[in-house]
Design a protein around this ligand. Structure first.
Ligand SMILES: [Zn+2]
Length: 226
């Protein structure tokens, strides 16, 4: 029996998945005459502007900046695979207009509007975690919309790959997050790691680890769709 390396098997599975999706997308375009790819994903980089999210325990780097960098890597991966990709936040600014009273509500409503206009097949919101009372806590965590089996399956697929990065065995959790209730499409919120853990913070600040996290999320989405 020939033994394949695990990475080679994963690469082959991703290739086959992409091939299948591209064939399905092409048939949809030819029959409907649509210019848009069949599969649309909305990528949401959490926070932004006057809302930095949490701060790195050592570097004080803003969560919002790390979220955006990981989303931009995901954008490239999904676009290269033939997806229509829509970003809620494209730069470091928030989506609230002027940072006056009620900015957070306006920011969230704008994100919902973008998601609903996109008619997405998937929604992925990217965040970083924080748990100051236990600085040893680490690892990615995927959240799904409570009571939604499709969201749960998507979260399980992503969580399995995040566990591969952290070496932990955790299950996805249900969460009552606004971003999970913006669309009927399978939606997940991914906390990529803990900025309250100095070791994980150092990893999350590197381009290399941001790419690994993005790839885990991307492959988790592809495996779910296939
Ligand atoms: Zn956050």
């Amino acid at each position: 029996m020939i033994l394949f390396k695990k990475s080679a098997v994963i690469a082959a599975a991703v290739f086959l998945c992409l091939l299948l999706l591209s064939c399905m997308g092409l048939s949809a375009v030819s029959s409907a005459g649509a210019r848009r790819a069949e599969y649309c994903v909305v990528l949401d980089a959490g926070h932004g502007g006057v809302d930095p999210g949490v701060l790195g325990v050592v570097s004080r780097e803003k969560e919002s900046n790390i979220n955006l960098k990981i989303v931009q890597k995901l954008q490239t991966m999904f676009a290269d695979a033939g997806f229509c990709v829509v970003l809620t936040r494209k730069n470091e600014g928030g989506l609230y207009g002027l940072p006056t009273q009620g900015y957070k509500r306006r920011d969230m409503e704008k994100r919902r509007e973008i998601i609903q206009d996109a008619l997405p097949n998937l929604v992925v919101s990217v965040h970083q975690n924080n748990f100051v009372s236990d600085p040893n806590r680490y690892g990615g965590q995927a959240f799904f919309r409570e009571g939604d089996e499709e969201c749960k399956k998507l979260a399980e697929s992503i969580q399995a790959r995040l566990n591969g990065l952290s070496g932990k065995e955790v299950s996805p959790l249900s969460g009552d997050f606004f971003m999970l209730r913006c669309s009927d499409a399978p939606s997940v919120l991914v906390e990529c790691g803990f900025l309250s853990n100095a070791r994980e913070e150092a990893l999350l600040l590197t381009d290399e680890y941001q790419t690994k996290v993005a790839r885990a999320v991307f492959e988790g989405c592809l495996a779910y769709l296939c």
